[in-house]
Design a protein around this ligand. Sequence first.
Ligand code: SF4
Length: 353
Amino acid sequence: MKPLIVPFFIAHQGCPHRCVFCDQVKISGAAEDIPTPAGMLARIAAYRDSGGGRSLEAAFFGGTFTSLPKYLQERLLGPLQPLLETGEIASVRVSTRPDAVDSRTVEFLGEMGVRTVELGIQSLDDAVLARAGRGHTARDGENACRLLADAGFRVGAQLMPGLPGDTPEAALATLRRTLALRPDFLRIYPTLVLAGTELEAMYQGGDYTPLPLREAVALCKVMLLDALRASVPVVRIGLQATDELRAGAAVVAGPWHPAFRQLVEGELFFDLISLLTAGSPPERPVTLFCAPPRLSDLVGQRRENLIRLSRERWIEVAAIRADPRLSPLELRVSAEHFERSGSLLDLNYSGGH
Ligand code: SF4
C-alpha cells in the first residue's frame, strides 16, 4: 500500500522569484509560512491516528525546498529524524526547481532521509522556459533529473503544457525527452491563467492565449498514452480542485475543470470504442465491458461518451458491464454476431491528435 502523504505547504518559500504563471497560495489554499516543528509533529500525529495503520510520508510542497537557507531546511527536516528512526514516518519528499539541485544538495537530502524529489521541469524547450520566467534551462532540468536518479532518489517530474510559446508538438517533445530520463512518476498540469499573476497581464494584454479545454484534453490524452507506453505512472493530470479554485475567481482563463483527468481518460475510452467498432454494422446496440474501476471513464463526464457515440458514430450502447478479468487498459465490445477486444495501448495518435 502506498504511504499516506502528510502535506506541508511552504508556498513560494525558497523561490528565487515568481514564475509568470505561479501563485501557490491560490493553488494550495495555504499561507506563505514555514511550518513550525510543533505544528509538523501535531499534523503527523493526527494523520497517524486517522491513517488506519498506513505508513506515512512527510511531503513539502509549493516552494523551492532546496533553495531555502540551510538552517531552514534543517529546521524542517530535523524534527523528522527521530520519527524516521522509529518508523513513525517511512519517508520524506520535497519539491524543488531543477537549478536548485547540485551534488551537495543531493548528499544533504540523502543524509536527512529524503527519498523522493519532485522537480518542476515544466518544459524542456529553452524558449518556453524563458517566456515563463523560469530562470533555468532545459539542460538544468535534465541534469537535475539524472543527478537525483543516479543518487537513488525517486524522481517525480512536473510538466506544464500550454505555457507561453509552447505548442502541442513542443509539449510532446518535452514529454518524450522527460520519459527518456526515466522519472519514477509524472504530474501534468496544463497551464492556467491565475488571477494576479504576470501571466494574467500577458493574457489581458493579448500576449498569451491559453489552451482551450478541448485542446488541452486532446493533448493530455496523447501525453498520458505515451507515459503509459513508457510505463511511467502519471499520478496527477490537472490541478487539484481546492476550494479557492472551485470558487471560480482564481482562474481567469485556461483549461480548468475540476475533473480534468476524467475528461482525458474518458476521451481515451471514446477513441478505443470508436476503434473497436469501426466497420461494425451501424445502429446495432452494443454492450461494453471494462475493468470495474473504469466504468465512469467509459461513460464519460455527464454520459458524454454515450451521447457522442450516438451522435457522431451512430452507435447505441445497450449496456455497460464491469468485467474483473479485464485490466484497467482493456475494453470489450459485444453485439449480435460481433465481438472485439482491445487495449488503450492499441490507440495510435501519430497522425495527429
Ligand atoms: S513555479 Fe515553483 S519556482 Fe516558480 S514561483 Fe512557483 S513554486 Fe516558485
